[in-house]
Design a protein around this ligand. Structure first.
Ligand SMILES: *Cc1c(COP(=O)(O)O)cnc(C)c1O
Length: 235
C-alpha cells in the first residue's frame, strides 16, 4: 500500500469511528507522526491530505524544515524536548504538543518572550502515572492550570497523552476517558490562558478507540508510513 492509500484508509476509518460515536468527522484531525521518515515521504503524506505533521526530534525537524518538507501543512513538535533545545523549536512550529514539565514550560515561555511571540502548546499528561515517562500528572492539574495566566508568551491549547503500551485492543479506553473527563473539567472551570481546542490522543493501534473517547487529533506514524527502520541513524 502506498502512503496515499494508507492515508485514505485511515481517513475512512476515522470517519466511521466518528460517526459511530455520534461525532462530526470534520472535528478530528490527522497528524502524521513523521519520525524517521524522509522529506519525500512527508511530502507524500501532505499531498495525501494529512492535516499536520508531528516531529519527534529537533535534529529531524531542523533538517526537514531546511528541505521544505512540511510545505502545505502545519508542523507540530510531539517528542520530548530538552530545555537546551527550545530555541530550535519555539517559533518554528505551530504547536508544541509535548510540554511535559513546568521547567520546560517556563523555558518555552521565556524563549517565546525573547522572540516577542505567543507559542501555542499542549500539556502532555502522563496518564498512566508511568515512572519511565515524562508529563504532568492528573493530580497536578488543579495547581498547575491556575498558574498558566502567569505565562504571557504561551497559550495552552489543550492536552496530549500517550497511554501505557497495551496488548489488548480496548485497553487504552480507560486512559482516553480520563483525558476527556479532564478536558471537560478544564473547559467548565475557565482558566485564563487555557483552552481545550485540541485533545491529542490515539496512534496507529488505537486511534478508533481514542476517537470514540473524544480525541480531536490522532497522531499516526506506522499506519501511514509502514514500520520504521531503526537501523538507519536518521533520514
Ligand atoms: C511515533 C509517535 C506516534 C505514532 O506512533 P505509531 O504507533 O507509529 O502510529 C504518535 N505520537 C508520538 C508522540 C510518537 O512519538
Amino acid at each position: 500500500m502506498s502512503i496515499q492509500d494508507n492515508v485514505a484508509a485511515i481517513k475512512a476509518r476515522m470517519r466511521q469511528a466518528a460517526l459511530e460515536a455520534g461525532r462530526d468527522p470534520e472535528s478530528i484531525l490527522l497528524c502524521a507522526a513523521t519520525k524517521m521518515n524522509d522529506a519525500d515521504a512527508v511530502r507524500q503524506a501532505i499531498a495525501a491530505g494529512v492535516d499536520c505533521c508531528g516531529e519527534n526530534r529537533v535534529q529531524e525537524l531542523v533538517q526537514k524544515q531546511a528541505q521544505n518538507a512540511y510545505e502545505g501543512a502545519p508542523v507540530h513538535f510531539i517528542g520530548h524536548l530538552q530545555t537546551n533545545k527550545v530555541k530550535q523549536v519555539v517559533g518554528k512550529v505551530d504547536l508544541i504538543q509535548s510540554v511535559d514539565s513546568l521547567r520546560l514550560l517556563e523555558a518555552v515561555n521565556k524563549e517565546a518572550a525573547r522572540q516577542s511571540i505567543i507559542q501555542d502548546i499542549l500539556l502532555e499528561i502522563n496518564i498512566g502515572n508511568e515512572e519511565s515517562k515524562t508529563g504532568f500528572l492528573l493530580e497536578d492539574m488543579d495547581t498547575l492550570l491556575p498558574k498558566m495566566a502567569e505565562y504571557g508568551n504561551i497559550h495552552v491549547r489543550g492536552l496530549m497523552a500517550i497511554p501505557p503500551i497495551s496488548h489488548n485492543s480496548g485497553d487504552n479506553r480507560k486512559f482516553f476517558e480520563k483525558i476527556y473527563t479532564l478536558s471537560v473539567d478544564i473547559t467548565a472551570k475557565k482558566y485564563d490562558n487555557v483552552s481545550v481546542d485540541v485533545i491529542s490522543m490515539g496512534m496507529s493501534d488505537d486511534y478508533a478507540d481514542a476517537i470514540a473517547c473524544g480525541s480531536t487529533m490522532i497522531r499516526v506514524g506506522t499506519a501511514i508510513f509502514g514500520a520504521r527502520n531503526y537501523t538507519k541513524t536518521h533520514p
